[in-house]
Design a protein around this ligand. Structure first.
Ligand SMILES: C[S@@+](CC[C@H](N)C(=O)[O-])C[C@H]1O[C@@H](n2cnc3c(N)ncnc32)[C@H](O)[C@@H]1O
Length: 655
């Protein structure tokens, strides 16, 4: 069981403009508070939408001030090209909160309250001071500072202000002490290297009078195990020491003991953050150790609350003004979206305002805007959203298409189409047709689409801050099955796009997972199985390039055009986006006259090898799915197909 508790829910950090996003976090960040970034500080909401105590009544009692602030804010929106009539290419819906059935009481889920973890309960109280600061911590500090500097002190707020300052000073003193301690532990001087390399006695505390630290011997570990395991402080300190030692090993020649320390880090991380061993290992394979810890740490903090303006109903500036008037403290997300707003605090439930009920916005994670921005559906097109419930991205697409053309919003789980339909109605989307097929039945049931979005069912490793159950409930088999399902779906999605489209011919594949098996491996598979598709630039302004090499596997070099997003780097849910252009297939005759021929949407036969999952790589997945297949016959036609059970809630929530 993990001892790492959920973090206290401070105000989420703003989504920044992502400078230096490709930089890897430095090991020095571990154990040291990062210096405040003045640019970041400038971007924080200060006096604009944020009166010192944030109360609605205060805002209302000072209309002149409020008007001034609103004007200033609206000015900012204009700077960002926020005029609703100037819709460019981004939008939309999402999230666990979107999964509301009107009148079913789900609205509660949409309140501004910070994201709740649905898995284990928080044990924050058990956790000592934070040792590994993340970007979020850093930014929330600068946030507080800017508020202090810019907020006005009045008679009404003076007492609260003074209390807040005292608390802040105490907190900073605590952090300073911690920082000094950590700086000693990080031991930046090269002289410390010998300590790490000599024996297991890593005297990181040096001569500062603190107790020397050493990792336990095998016998000591056995003893500890027998007596219930080490306490959380010990685990935390050992984890830090292992990461520190690994940082040193990196600068030295490859050392057998590096493996030992890596394993130890993984083992301590596993017990500290509560991931199962399999997932801990998987994530350690994905990131350098220090970065893996940053990732784990970021997953303990909720992501910012964000909303997407529904441009079918309003303009962002008008929505922002209406919400500010209700006591909502918000600000545009960033230059990359002209419809997104980040909510910092609110005195009203953000999922139950009149504007929400009138369909003027969707509560939607910022990461969910990305695949729709990449797909960029155009007015009058025919578009398929292959796995669409609860409809965040569907409604975003409908708005970008200005309620013209048609969006087929499909989801295999019929029950989930209820919330999808409710959202479609609430947001006033008139160009959406809801249907429920297994995505693998496309293009047989329908084809000829200008654009297709496959926001695939996935493991949800990008949304652990929303659903901590992902830490423990995913096994190797789950990943294998999901990856196989994703491979099947992506081929069907490709075949559903018409290469003859005059305006489009694109597919976007996305997941809210960070694992390579569900992302690059699926994309690479599609490129191999469908020679008529190629990867193109996503058009997204930020995000790390997809892996082209991973643990001995070499993917198509164009996979670097795909984009990865991370909570610890971008302060948004972990996400992956790939964009394909679908071109005409090369004609192929069937090998055998008697062999049934599948016909593609262009009327041409599809080569048998293109349809089959017969490679060595697929065998194990096929075997793994055998028992399920035997249970029920595959069905055809509307509403008869069985939903795929492996689609996890976390993935659904990420929408
Ligand atoms: C990540 S969620 C989609 C979120 C959605 N795109 C949004 O933005 O609101 C994945 C969805 O895939 C659906 N699903 C699972 N297996 C499927 C399949 N074989 N065919 C179609 N949909 C499937 C799940 O029911 C789930 O709603």
């Amino acid at each position: 069981m993990g001892r790492r508790a959920k973090n206290k829910q401070g105000p989420p950090e703003p989504l920044e403009n992502f400078h230096n996003l490709t930089e890897k976090p430095s090991l020095k960040k571990l154990g040291k508070r990062k210096a405040q970034d003045p640019e970041v500080k400038e971007k924080r909401p200060t006096k604009k939408a944020r009166e010192s105590d944030g109360s609605v009544s205060k805002r209302r009692s000072k209309p002149t001030q409020k008007e001034k602030e609103t004007e200033e804010f609206i000015g900012d929106l204009d700077d960002l090209g926020a005029d609703g009539l100037d819709i460019e290419d981004d939008d939309f819906l999402q999230g666990p909160v979107q999964e509301l059935d009107l009148g079913s009481g789900d609205e509660e889920e949409i309140e501004l309250a910070p994201s709740k973890t649905k898995g284990k309960k928080s044990k924050q109280h058990e956790r000592p001071l934070k040792i590994i600061p993340t970007g979020s911590d850093d930014s929330s500090n600068s946030d507080e500072d800017s508020e202090d500097e810019d907020g006005r002190i009045t008679m009404a707020n003076m007492e609260a202000r003074s209390r807040a300052l005292d608390e802040k000073a105490a907190r900073e003193a605590e952090l300073d002490a911690e920082e000094m301690q950590n700086a000693a532990l990080v031991g930046e001087e090269d002289g410390d290297l010998a300590d790490a390399d000599d024996d297991e006695d890593m005297d990181g505390d040096g001569d500062d009078g603190q107790e020397a630290f050493h990792l336990p011997t095998a016998e000591e570990r056995e003893e500890e195990k027998a007596s219930g395991g080490p306490d959380v402080h010990t685990v935390q300190r050992r984890m830090r020491e292992c990461v520190r030692a690994l940082g040193k090993f990196k600068r030295l020649a490859e050392n057998g003991r590096q493996v030992l320390f890596r394993d130890l880090s993984a083992s301590y991380t596993h017990s500290y953050y509560g991931y199962n061993e399999f997932l801990t290992e998987k994530l350690f394979q994905l990131f350098p150790v220090a970065e893996a810890i940053e990732f784990f740490e970021a997953n303990e903090v909720p992501r910012p609350v964000t909303i997407r303006t529904n441009t079918l109903r309003t303009r962002r500036r008008d929505l922002a003004q209406a919400l500010i008037n209700r006591g909502v403290n918000l600000e545009p997300i960033g230059k990359w979206t002209n419809v997104g707003l980040q909510v910092f605090e609110s005195s009203v439930p953000i999922g139950a305002t009149p504007e929400y009920l009138a369909g003027q916005y969707m509560l939607q994670a910022a990461s969910s805007f990305l695949p729709v921005i990449a797909l960029a559906p155009q007015p009058n097109e025919r578009v398929l959203d292959m796995a669409s419930a609860p409809g965040g991205k569907t409604t975003h697409m409908a708005a970008l298409m200005e309620n013209t053309g048609v969006v087929f919003a499909n989801d295999a789980k019929k029950a989930r189409t209820k919330s999808l339909t409710a959202n479609v109605h609430r947001l006033g989307c008139k160009n959406v047709v809801v249907c429920s097929y297994d995505g693998r039945e496309f293009p047989k049931v329908m084809g000829g689409f200008d654009r297709v979005l496959l926001d695939a069912p996935c493991s949800g490793t990008g949304v652990i801050s929303k659903d901590a159950s992902v830490k423990t409930n995913k096994s190797e088999r789950d990943f294998a099955l999901l990856s196989h399902l994703q491979k099947q779906l992506i081929l069907c999605a490709i075949d559903s796009v018409t290469p003859d489209s005059k305006t489009g011919g694109y597919l976007v594949y996305s997941t809210c997972s960070v694992t390579v098996d569900e992302n690059e491996a699926v994309v690479d598979y599609a490129l191999r199985k469908r020679p008529n598709v190629k990867l193109v630039d996503t058009g997204l302004e930020f995000g790390r390039p997809g892996y082209t090499k991973y643990r001995g596997k070499v993917f198509n070099e164009k996979v670097s055009l795909t984009r990865r997003f991370y909570p610890h780097v971008h302060n948004m849910d972990g996400f992956y986006v790939a964009k394909f252009k679908v071109e005409k297939r090369i004609k192929q005759k069937p090998r055998d006259e008697d062999e049934p021929v599948a016909i593609g949407v262009d009327g041409e036969p599809i080569a048998a090898e293109d349809l089959a999952f017969d490679s060595e790589e697929d065998k194990k997945y096929m075997e793994a799915t055998q028992p399920k297949r035997r249970k029920g016959k595959r069905s055809h036609g509307p509403h008869r197909s069985k939903p795929v059970e492996s689609a996890p809630m976390a993935a659904e929530m990420a929408a």
